[in-house]
Write a protein that binds this ligand. Structure first.
Ligand code: PMP
Length: 354
């Protein structure tokens, strides 16, 4: 750290992203929950030479076409949506904008929440997941802080049903409930319709998972008009051009290609169910994930860490979290069926070598 760095950041521990190897030709990359399918052909065709030439101009700071398309898709009004540079930035703005009350969230969840809280000096209450890695909303009963929950949650991929989310919102209307629906398109039920009823609910979405646009960096928030206005106040005080021209086009086209979206997500769901089934057959404990990843481990022949390291030697990258509650498991992103078959074959090889 330089001698110029503000002392208020002395305790800041930045987020460590999953490994992004430069060359993935011979690598089975199952570590950061990206989509194994390329973006829609409509996205590829829309990113024309003409559009690339227009990079000489600033993008639309209001993301008008993108936000109109997203609002229509989600059956909300234009004033109820906000888009940003990846949901990481949207989340960062939320932690910044709504920091007064502080935030409560599970002990095991998306690692960035605690980093944002620390960066923006928001107080936190950490609520342990139950032993089965589930979220029990009663554990949030006496908390007055805002609440942020990823639904489905990582690492296990378990989800909270909509009626539980409704109860959580209704229990205390003076706290903001943020539901991070990064993985919602892989089988759980969205809470977006509830944003029309409750002004203390904000939904976060990403285009990185079910829309194959992780590299485009696009995320969104859906909520009451006043919450969206707050996010815009932060954005226009920070970086009005946070969604670049090409990403605005890519996002718009990705939403419009409903057929491709349905095809890719159903392929991923099929591959996930295949992976769960095969892993269980091989003797792993497997959580009933509704996301595009599977959390598996506690095998009697191999520890989580050894399994992770052996996979790495065979050019398979998965995610390993070395915390007391997660260390017996690995988190495997779901790719195509063919790739998941390869993953299972390699796992069998590793078990046979024991
Ligand atoms: N929320 C959750 C729960 C995530 O797991 C991730 C990334 N893996 C994000 C948000 C951030 O996604 P992005 O910034 O790519 O939109």
């Amino acid at each position: 750290m330089s001698r110029f760095f503000s002392t208020k950041f002395d305790d800041l521990e930045p987020y460590v992203p999953g490994e992004q190897p430069g060359n993935i030709d011979n690598v089975l990359k199952l570590n950061t929950n990206e989509n194994p399918f390329p973006p829609s052909k409509n996205v590829i065709n829309a990113l024309s030479e003409d559009e690339i030439c227009r990079l000489l101009l600033y993008p639309d700071p209001y993301c008008t076409k993108l936000n109109e398309t997203l609002a229509k898709e989600l059956k909300v009004d234009f004033n109820n949506v906000y888009t940003g540079n990846g949901s990481d930035e949207v989340l960062a703005f939320c932690f910044y904008a709504f920091s007064d009350k502080g935030f409560a969230f599970p002990d095991l969840t998306y690692g960035f929440y605690s980093v944002f809280a620390s960066l923006f000096n928001a107080e936190t209450t950490i609520v342990p997941l139950r032993d089965d890695f589930s979220i029990n909303i009663q554990d949030y009963d006496n908390i007055t802080k805002n609440i942020i929950i990823s639904n489905p949650n990582s690492p296990a991929g378990l989800f909270l049903p909509l009626d539980e989310i409704k109860k959580l919102i209704e229990k205390n209307k003076d706290r903001l409930i943020i539901i991070d629906e990064a993985y919602i398109d892989f089988g759980a039920e969205t809470a977006v319709p509830l944003t029309k009823i409750y002004d203390n609910l904000l939904i976060i979405r990403t285009f990185s998972k079910s829309r194959s646009l992780a590299g485009g960096r696009l995320g969104a928030a859906i909520g009451n008009e006043s919450l969206i206005r707050d996010l815009n106040t932060i954005k226009f005080s920070f970086n009005p051009y946070n969604v670049n021209r090409l990403t605005q086009i890519a996002g718009t086209e990705a939403i419009k290609d409903k057929e491709y979206f349905e095809y890719t997500r159903s392929e991923i769901i099929k591959a996930r169910e295949y992976t769960k089934y095969e892993m269980k057959k091989l003797g792993f404990s497997v959580f009933d994930s509704m996301a595009n990843f599977v959390f598996a481990g506690r095998h009697d022949k191999i520890s989580g860490k050894e399994y992770f390291e052996k996979l790495r030697k065979k050019n398979v990258i998965v995610r390993y979290f070395n915390t007391p509650r997660e260390k017996d498991y690995i988190r495997i992103s779901i790719a195509t069926i063919k790739e998941m078959q390869k993953f299972i074959d390699i796992t069998m090889e590793i078990l046979q070598e024991k």
